[in-house]
Structures are given as C-alpha cells and as structure tokens.
Design a protein around this ligand. Structure first.
Ligand SMILES: *[C@@H]1O[C@H](CO)[C@@H](O)[C@H](O)[C@H]1NC(C)=O
Ligand SMILES: *[C@@H]1O[C@H](CO)[C@@H](O)[C@H](O)[C@H]1NC(C)=O
Length: 662
C-alpha cells in the first residue's frame, strides 16, 4: 500500500515538474554574434552584437543567473520602457561606409555620448526620473553623463524622434571623450566579459586604433505593460568599429588596380576565438557582402557559363575566382530578391566547434580587384555655419541628392510624389535662434516656406532653463537635386561661472537627426526561421533610414580670463611699492641718526675702521673722504608726512577699486 502511495507521489512530482517545464518556456538567454563586412575604401566593418534577455518578473521572479543585475535594477527603479546609450569616437562616413542599411541607421551615432530614454511613469515624474537615471548611468559607465541632468542639457522631442508618448527625453554630450574606462563597465554586463567567446577579440589597442568606434547599449522592457504577452527585458549591446586591415605582405596590384586588402581575424584584432562563451546559446560570425558588391561579382562573372548567384552560393567560399574564405561556411543566407536588384549575401560560421587547440581564425583573401560603392540614403545631409563675427550667424542644413536616383523614385510617395525628410535639431540656449527667419531653398531657389514644410514644432529656448528644439517634416519634390534650410541666430552671453575651462575652443551644437520617413533600412530574408537569430532579426527590423549631421563649433564672445590676474598683479605691485617706502620711512629715526653721526664725527673713527675704509676706497678707485656730518636729515621728517598721506590715499583708492570689482 505504502509503495503504491510512493509511486503515486513520484508520479505527481514528475507530472508537476513536466507542467512546470512547459510554463517555463521563457528562459534567460544570451547570444553573441559578430558581423564583418568589407568596405569600399579598403577598410573592414566589425559589428559585435550581444543580446541578453530576462523573462517578465511576474512569471519568472527576480532572480537571474545571466541577466546583469545592475540593468535589471535600473529598469525597475526608474520604470524604463526603452533606453539607448551610446559612446562614440570618430564620425561615420556615410558616403563611403553606407547610409542605407540597418547598421548605419541604427549604429552610426553622433560623436560623444548620446542618451535617450522613454519612461513609464506619470508625466510629472519624468524629469525627476531622467535626472536620477543620468546619475545612475554616470556611476555605472564612468562617464560624465550626469551633466545631462540640467534642464538646459536635455530636451523632450514630441514626434520626430522615435516615440509619440511624450515621456521620452533626449540628451547628448558631444565633447565627451570615450576610452577604455567606458568599455570595461560595458563588458562587465556580459556573462563571459571578454574572457571567452567572441568578445575575447576585443583587444583594446586594435579596437581604439580604428577609424570609428561606437559602443551602444539598447534596452527594451515591457515589465510595466498591462498586456498578457510580455517578453520581459531585452538588453542589446553592440560595438561597431571600422578597422584598417594590415596590408603588409598581402594584397598587391592587379593590372594597375589596387586590390582590396586581405584580412583575417588574427590580423584585424591580433587574437583568435577559442570557442563560444559557454553561457551563450549561440556564437556566430557572419561575413556580409553588400548588394552593390554582389552585383559587381555578377558583372565580372557574366561571361562564365554558370549563371548569377549560383557561383557565390554553391562554391563561393573555395573555388570562386574573386575571393576565398579560409573556412567553409555553415550556411549561406541570401537576401530576398527584389525586382531589379540583387540582394546582399551573408556567410554564416559557428565558433562552437572550435577550441583552444584549434582556434577559430576566419580569413578573407581577394583574388582580383573589385570596385563598388555603398548604398546611400536618398539625400546626403550636412550642416554648417554662415556669417562671421561674434554677434550673429546662421545655421544651414544642406541636403544633396545622391547618385542612386532610381532608388529615390521607388521610395517616393506614389500618390503625392513627395519625398519626406524629418529633421530634429536641438540648440543650446546661448545660441538664440530666430525661428521666423527659417528659409527653405529647393534647387537653389527660395521657396515660400510653408509650401515645403509639412509639419513643424518649435519650442524656443529659455535663458538658462531649456534648449531650443525644432522638429519638422520637409516635403520635397521627388526630382530634387539640392535643398537647403537656413535659420539665423544671435549669440548670447554667459555668466563667468558658466564658461567651461577651455572656453576659447568654442561651443558645440549637437548633431541634427535627419530621417527619411518613407525609406526603410531593413534586409528581408526569405527564410522565416532566421527571425529567431537576434542579430538577423535586428537586420530585418523595419526602421526608417536615419543619419546624423556634423557637430557644429560656435565661437562665442569670451571674457579675457587673464584680466583678474592682471588686476591682482598690478594691485600687488602698487601695494608693495608704497608699503615698502612707507615702512622704510617709518623705520628711520632722523634725530637718533643725526646724534649718532655727530658722535662718530666727534669721537673720530677707530684706526682699524679708518684703514678699512681707505682700503675699500682704493679698491673702488675713488679718493677717500673722511666721514662728515650731514644736515639733510632735518628736512626728511616733513617729507615723510607727505609720503604717508600719499600712501594712504593710494591704498584707499585701491581698496575702493577692489570692492567695486567684486
Ligand atoms: C530621485 O532621487 C531623489 C534623491 O535621491 C529622490 O528624492 C527622488 O524620489 C528620486 N526620484 C525618482 C523619480 O526616482
Ligand atoms: C523591408 O521589408 C519589407 C517587408 O518585409 C520589404 O518589402 C522591403 O523590400 C524591405 N526593404 C529592403 C530595403 O529590403
């Protein structure tokens, strides 16, 4: 009987554990991936992507073994719905490295620090949460993010920047220097840090030697949402670097043309990967050949009997006449064919099967030279200053059509034949922008402004309280070649305490964000199962094409900071002179000296002193005169009184001057 009971109990236990495992479908997950892409200007783009996710607290609890605790606490303390923090050094070259793909749209960032966060708190608490969040992040990442706490440093975009909730705050620090002390805390959030897996490639000297370096942290949570199907918190960390491969010994010229440099992981990073991080679900390396490069291959291969992509896909990695990959790929992923153009191709490698004894070291060797160009956004945006002098100036944003005009047509709104361009611009309060001076030029001709502005929202700056924000959607004809936007400003004055230590360098106006609303920068793959791989699902996400303009440096009137120093030295000199002579005059006792001299003359000098004075006179080649009494001292006392009065007068003037200057 008891045995039967025991069996029953065992059965129940098994049953319950089975049902539990069904409920626990959502597990903490971590994946790592690296995407490599040759760039047209002989550089290589390396994009590291790490994703950690934690299931919702309600079903999973608050105990995690993979997800970083600091991030979990941050989300819960400040009720963050979405947040992005990036540290960037260098400027993304949209012309050479592409402006129309998911990586440039979501990973090309303005120099310095950029932070935006969307909160899930009542409207009146948003600013407080933002302030506390900047302080927490500042401590977490060893950066001066806390400078974003002042209301002059952040803004609240309404609709042009991502969300429509009104609870989003956005701030940038263009001058923040980014270095390894920011990377180390970022790596600490990974379960294997940089000790194992793909992140072990992050050799600091190789990474910081690059032309562009951007480290990003993106956080999305639906912990506070009310809907049933919640996914929890997803933390996405990416590091995008543009490196120049070492061309020594490899490469060379083919009939006059310079070939692309060959590279391998060990030549790029100086390290190899010995297996994946044991805590990660997958560790994949991808090599991407862009659309335009693929069509170049096909151009070159036209004469050959095998047709089109077959070559690249079937035996692309070994016997292909254009390039050679040192390892066989696990699979080849092709972008879904569009009507006219060929899609890009991704070669996938898994680092799972490699270990210490046989490390993963992927290499790419070019066999013949190819020339191609990256896909561009429909318009190239750049921004510059107009005017001279320290009083006023103007900001100009110029938009130039890129060569790919057929692309422009396809993205144009079919019915209305307009191209829509969103512009989001934050200007610090000491640059006082006059929004009524906004002028729009299309193909060099001044337009009556409102014809081309579809939507505009302006919030003027308030002195020492808030920055000026301009959000607008421009509507340009599809055939546009160039467009420009100018807006005038006056330069304000700061209080002496508000100047930074190097005020003469100038002041930064943060990058403007230019977005092309009707253009999506996504890659679409035929295979739906690829949506499960985080990096590939990221590439397929539908985000509008986005680019940042340059940071502007505005010289402001700065006071002569050496002035206080000059005042201090002059005052000190005057004081020293007058007090010196005053003390000298006071110390002298005229009557006493007179008596002493008389006494000396009466007594006559001793024989020794007489001899000494004779000797010194001889040495100085002068005739020796015997000491005699003088009568000039009688006048000196009256002079002293005049002197004292003068000294007191000057000291009084100096004191009044000092007082006035305070
Ligand atoms: C922010 O921090 C201050 C001081 O620590 C605290 O009093 C306040 O409640 C916090 N606000 C929010 C919204 O967390
Ligand atoms: C983006 O995705 C949509 C739908 O999946 C697709 O039609 C479109 O061609 C994609 N865009 C690009 C640039 O591939």
């Amino acid at each position: 009987m008891s045995i039967l009971k025991l069996y029953l109990l065992l059965f129940l236990v098994l049953l319950s554990s089975a049902s539990e495992s069904i409920a626990e479908e959502l597990e903490e997950e971590f994946t790592e991936a690296l995407l490599l892409r040759p760039l047209p200007d002989r550089k290589v783009l390396a994009h590291f992507h790490f994703q950690s996710s934690a299931p919702p607290t309600q079903t999973y609890g608050r105990h995690h073994h993979l997800f970083p605790k600091s991030i979990y606490q941050l989300v819960h303390k400040f009720q963050i719905r979405e947040m992005e923090l990036s540290f960037t050094q260098g400027r993304w070259n949209y012309e050479r490295w592409g402006g129309y793909d998911p990586i440039s749209s979501s990973n090309a960032k303005p120099p310095g620090v950029e932070l935006w966060a969307d909160f899930d708190v009542p409207q009146h608490q948003v600013d407080d949460s933002w302030k506390n969040l900047t302080h927490a992040l500042s401590g977490l990442f060893c950066a001066s993010i806390n400078f974003l706490e002042h209301s002059t440093a952040y803004s609240a975009p309404q609709w042009s920047f991502r969300s429509f909730s009104g609870k989003l705050r956005y701030g940038t620090l263009p001058r923040e220097a980014v270095c390894t002390e920011n990377l180390t805390p970022w790596l600490k959030l990974l379960p294997c840090r940089d000790k194992a897996g793909i992140s072990s490639l992050m050799d600091r000297p190789s990474i910081y030697r690059g032309y562009y370096h951007s480290q990003r942290l993106h956080l999305k949570s639906d912990e506070f949402a009310t809907s049933e199907s919640r996914t929890g918190i997803v933390l996405e960390q990416s590091l995008t670097v543009v490196l120049q491969p070492n061309t020594l010994g490899s490469g060379g010229t083919f009939s006059g043309k310079i070939s692309q440099p060959s590279w391998s992981l060990s030549s790029l990073f100086g390290r190899k990967v010995s297996g994946k991080c044991s805590l990660s679900n997958s560790g994949n390396v991808y090599v991407q050949f862009e659309q335009n490069l693929v069509s170049q291959f096909n151009e070159l291969k036209k004469h050959s009997e095998t047709s089109k992509n077959e070559i690249l896909i079937r035996d692309g990695f070994q016997s292909n006449p254009l390039f050679e990959l040192s390892l066989p790929p696990k699979r080849v992923i092709k972008e879904a064919d569009n009507l006219q153009k060929e899609g890009s191709i991704l070669y996938e490698f898994s680092v799972k099967d490699y270990d210490e004894s046989e490390p993963f070291d992927l290499g790419l060797r070019w066999k013949s030279p190819v020339v191609w160009s990256c896909q561009q956004a429909p318009l190239r945006a750049s921004r510059f200053l107009l005017g001279s002098g320290n009083e006023r100036g103007a900001i100009a944003i110029s938009l130039k059509s890129t060569r790919s005009n057929n692309l422009l047509k396809s993205g144009c709104n079919e019915k209305e034949r307009w191209l829509k361009v969103g512009i989001f611009q934050v200007v610090p309060w000491y640059v006082k922008v006059y929004y009524h001076t906004l002028e729009v030029f299309v193909d060099g001709e001044l337009q009556s402004t409102m014809d081309n502005v579809e939507q505009i929202r302006v919030s003027p700056s308030e002195d020492k309280v808030s920055p000026g924000v301009m959000e607008m959607v421009l509507r340009l004809p599809c055939s546009v070649k160039t467009a420009a936007l100018t807006i005038e400003f006056d330069k304000g004055f700061l209080h002496i305490d508000e100047y930074p230590p190097d005020a003469n360098q100038g002041f930064d106006i943060p990058s403007a964000v230019v977005s092309f609303i009707d253009f999506l920068a996504n890659i679409s793959f035929d295979d739906d199962s690829l949506k499960k791989v985080p990096i590939l699902s990221k590439l397929q996400e539908k985000i509008p094409v986005l680019s940042y303009t340059e940071v502007l440096l505005v010289p402001l009137t700065t006071p002569d900071f050496s002035m206080p120093y000059n005042v201090i030295t002059i005052t000190c000199t005057v004081f020293a002179l007058y007090f010196g002579s005053l003390l000298n005059a006071l110390r002298r006792r005229a009557g006493e000296e007179e008596r002493l001299l008389k006494e000396q003359a009466g007594r006559g000098a001793g024989p020794l002193t007489l001899m000494l004075s004779k000797l010194s006179a001889k040495l100085r080649r002068k005739t020796w005169e015997p000491p005699q009494s003088s009568s000039s001292f009688s006048r000196s006392s009256s002079i002293n009184y005049k002197l004292i009065v003068k000294v007191i007068l000057v000291a009084g003037v100096a004191a009044v001057w000092q007082f006035y200057f305070q």
